[in-house]
Ligand binder design. Structure first.
Ligand SMILES: NC(=O)c1ccc[n+]([C@@H]2O[C@H](COP(=O)([O-])OP(=O)(O)OC[C@H]3O[C@@H](n4cnc5c(N)ncnc54)[C@H](OP(=O)(O)O)[C@@H]3O)[C@@H](O)[C@H]2O)c1
Length: 320
């Protein structure tokens, strides 16, 4: 099939575009052409690159038409962040595409009530990003009920070699990994029992491939795409210390004290993660799409951190 991947050279696209090409699909990757995928793959030789600046084309009202003109049977949209972007694309693709897959986020959920959270849980997102992504999901599923062939996949926190994963303190400060690697103290908020739910980008890519392959079961549905189990901050810190061959030295502070101690940016990011403390079920994707992630949360993160170590961004210093 001819498949357009919008944003096909990023975290997910690095895996997804070659996977689709290897499955003998004709892949057209739409991006500005400003970045390379995180890893080389010989399948890229068979992938067509179309340079389009989505923002600029949307401002002109042309993006949907430009994508529709590519004549794909399947369109996978990895970079839609606003309901108006979704509307423009759907209006242009209605009646012209056999399957439209949107990349959402587990942040369409706010606080969970019952965990693991299922896709049918009532949505109560907070924060601009989650609210906008929910508006897109709601719109697409409404469109699906009217016959537009939409599917929504909601990844967890992306991990993989090439970028920093959310760390055991719930933010992106690499010092946390370096401290664990060096047997130094790491401060965690509260009791360290709030949760994160990572997923390897390769597993997200495989979920998109599965959804394309299981089109009929996927139509009009949304799916969580995470690792099989969430991690607690504390457990994540302990396991990473062990992975570095160190004893964990963890100390816990009540949130307000931890926030006052932490850099403001890190505290904001940590709050974003622990206020949601995601813990999602993937049973629906397993059942309907035969999604089976290859990576647990820790294995996914370890690939990212091994890359950070190789790059010299995370250092394992002698214990002082
Ligand atoms: N990051 C996470 O942890 C996370 C978690 C859950 C869900 N998600 C969802 O994942 C999706 C993002 O996927 P990703 O992380 O794989 O993306 P990404 O790494 O940010 O890659 C973005 C892709 O879009 C292209 N791009 C960026 N700006 C563009 C523009 N103006 N016009 C055309 N192409 C453009 C980039 O190439 P160029 O720069 O060359 O244009 C690249 O191919 C989003 O829908 C997000 O909501 C992310």
């Amino acid at each position: 099939m001819r498949i357009v991947v919008i944003g096909g050279t990023g975290h997910i696209g690095t895996y997804l575009s070659p996977m689709l090409a290897e499955a003998r699909h004709e892949v057209i990757c739409v991006s500005r052409g400003m970045r390379q995928p995180y890893q080389p793959h010989e399948a890229w030789n068979a992938i067509a690159q179309v340079a389009l600046d989505r923002e600029a084309e949307e401002a002109r009202g042309e993006f949907g038409r430009r994508v529709a003109e590519l004549g794909a049977e399947v369109v996978i949209d990895l970079t839609c962040y606003a309901p108006s972007s979704a509307t423009q694309l759907v209006d242009a693709l209605r009646g012209r595409v056999g399957h439209f897959l949107h990349c959402g986020t587990i942040w369409v959920h706010g606080h969970s009530v019952l965990v693991p959270t299922t896709e049918s849980a009532p949505r109560a997102p907070f924060g601009d990003y989650g609210i906008r992504k929910l508006a897109i999901e709601t719109y697409l599923l409404e469109q699906a009920r009217e016959g537009f062939p939409a599917t929504v996949l909601h990844p967890g926190h992306l991990a993989g070699p090439g970028w920093a994963p959310v760390n055991p303190a719930g933010n992106f400060n690499l010092q946390v990994f370096s401290n664990l690697a060096s047997g130094r103290e790491v401060l965690l908020p509260n009791l360290g029992m709030e949760t994160l739910h990572h997923v390897h980008a390769a597993d997200v890519a495989s979920a998109f491939v599965r959804a394309v392959e299981h089109r009929d079961a996927a139509l009009g549905e949304s799916f969580h795409v995470t690792s099989p189990a969430a991690v607690t901050l504390r457990g994540y810190a302990e396991r990473m210390a062990a992975w570095f061959g160190r004893e964990p030295h963890l100390r816990f502070l009540p949130w307000e004290e931890w926030r006052a101690w932490s850099a403001e940016k890190d505290a904001r990011t940590t709050w974003d993660h622990i206020a949601r403390s995601p813990h999602c079920s993937i049973e629906k994707a397993r059942r309907l799409l035969a999604y089976e992630p290859l990576y647990g949360s820790l294995e996914a993160v370890e690939e990212s951190v091994a890359w950070l170590v190789r790059k010299g961004d995370v250092a394992r210093l002698p214990v002082s």
